[in-house]
Design a protein around this ligand. Sequence first.
Ligand SMILES: [Zn+2]
Length: 239
Amino acid sequence: MNYTRNLWQLQLLEKYHKSMSGKKPGNEIIQQLQQLKKEIEAGQMQLKELKTHYQRIKEQSFELEQKSKETRGKCEQINAKIYDGTLHVKEIQGCQQRVERLKQDISRLEDLELEKMQIKEDIKKQWESKKGTLELLKTKYKELHSRYLQEKEEIKERTAETARKMEELIQNVDKDLYKQYRQLKTKFPDPVGRVTKDACSGCHLGISFDKVKELKYEKGLVYCNHCGRILFWDPQMLD
Ligand SMILES: [Zn+2]
């Protein structure tokens, strides 16, 4: 019966458990998430600005529309006066000149309105394109974030699984032996040295012939004559 095999396995599990406990999903994934978040925020800001711009142009359009309506009204009033027969020829001429000026005003106002309409169309197109990009970024963020959570969960599960295995092994190790193992653990992170060929895996120094014999014939616990680690004779490793 090889008493130290369980200890050796426990040592391997403890090492693995330690490496897993401190583990987090990769730094790279966190950096990517942070970068995406920044891009999303910037995109949202741009959409907001476009919306404000659009609103402003819409108001300006409305004002222009009101103004040209008023001007058209004035124009019609004057026109009506021209033809109602109450004016002298000179007055009619004056009115006709005013009508001409108002018509020019109307034309200018209409041009401005068209310009605003074009600007509104452009903003709409920009908004849609930016919105599309933003949606893509959001989807990417969601996918990456769920991958992050999944990795985190996997690490947690593996750590818990290792802890369970460790607990099981401890139950199967002789209590005094386990105590010694714990004591040595305060000295070495790996208190068990596996003997491969004729060297201790802890200190890499050669084991004396006598110790090898003791190990081979399983004469109780054997310690490394150099570092004092508990030796684990693993015949499989010697083949
Ligand atoms: Zn040693």
